[in-house]
Design a binder for this molecule. Structure first.
Ligand code: NDP
Length: 276
């Protein structure tokens, strides 16, 4: 209807304006999986807002390109630290934190973003294998990196944001292993928020619905997820698909002083689609 199309265009133009640039001057921000997608958009946001960013992924070419983009938009032309590391490997996670501290001397903000999805059904003979892979990549990696980062975050009144999903609380017949893993991310976050609050560390999740990134093809679910995106665009209350900027704006809020009384929270960024 006309009403819906006007709503949609307003939202699109708001979205095109980019989020406001909060002040992250000289904050050290480590974003896992920041060589592409939501992670790259997040790294660029912090770089633009004056932070010193750490770029991570497994592909050195993509990492170098992301680092260059960050340096270009950094007000003081800070060089981003590039760390090729697989977050499912313990030694790589150790190197991730050690190299960050060696280079910048501190850690203010940790964004646990690296992750991927997977299909899985109760009839799937490889279900346990898939579940293990999903837990290792989406949950264990976050626990490992967080454990290594906490001693440093204690010194800075640090902030953690874990990237979860609306699938953490919305069951989905195709993505059960991913739903299970993201559900664990939410509960992990809420439990450690209790423990880390008294240490001056806040920890929250951002739970986006489907946004267009490499996630769809990395999950091998291009067609199904394309259908999901079209469906969301037509049915959610805001009548548009979410973007990486929408997700980044939520991350920005949760790592700014404006959210200083918010911890253990899951911030859903889905255009209201969870209610339809
Ligand atoms: P992308 O596939 O576009 O980006 C994933 C990033 O993580 C890439 O930089 C990738 O680089 C990196 N990465 C993947 N595996 C590893 C690993 N083992 N070690 C280090 N880095 C790794 O996905 P998105 O940006 O969409 O996803 C980011 C987060 O958002 C994920 O946690 C995802 O579950 C979540 N999410 C995504 C949604 C979506 O629809 N896009 C919706 C809801 C949540 P490389 O492969 O080179 O290592």
């Amino acid at each position: 209807s006309t009403n819906h199309s006007s709503l949609s265009s307003t939202q699109v133009s708001i979205n095109k304006m980019y989020g406001r640039c909060r002040d992250f001057s000289d904050k050290v921000v480590l974003i896992t999986g920041s060589s592409g997608g939501i992670g790259l958009e997040t790294a660029k946001y912090y770089a633009r807002c004056g932070a010193k960013v750490v770029i991570n992924g497994r592909n050195p070419v993509a990492i170098a390109k992301a680092a260059e983009e960050c340096q270009c938009i950094s007000p003081k032309k800070y060089r981003a630290l590039q760390i090729k590391a697989d977050v499912t490997k313990e030694d790589d996670c150790k190197r991730l934190i050690e190299n960050t501290i060696d280079r910048f001397g501190k850690l203010d903000i940790l964004i646990n973003n690296a992750g991927a999805g997977a299909f899985g059904s109760i009839y799937d003979p490889k279900l346990l294998e898939t579940l293990e892979r999903m837990i290792n990549l989406n949950v264990k990696s976050i626990a490992m990196i967080t454990q290594l980062a906490v001693p440093h975050l204690e010194k800075t009144n640090g902030i953690i944001v874990n990237i979860s999903s609306t699938l953490s609380f919305k069951p989905n017949v195709h993505f059960m292993p991913y739903c299970v893993a993201k559900s664990a991310v939410d509960m992990f976050t809420k439990c450690i928020a209790l423990e880390l609050g008294p240490k001056g560390i806040r920890v929250n999740t951002v739970n986006p619905t489907a946004v267009r990134t490499n996630f769809q093809s990395a999950t091998g679910a291009g067609e199904i997820l394309d259908g999901v995106l079209k469906h969301l665009e037509q049915t959610n209350p805001l009548r548009r698909i979410g973007t990486t900027e929408d997700v980044v704006n939520a991350i920005g809020y949760l790592t700014s002083s404006e959210s200083s009384f918010v911890t253990g929270h899951s911030l859903v960024v889905d255009g209201g689609s969870v209610y339809v």
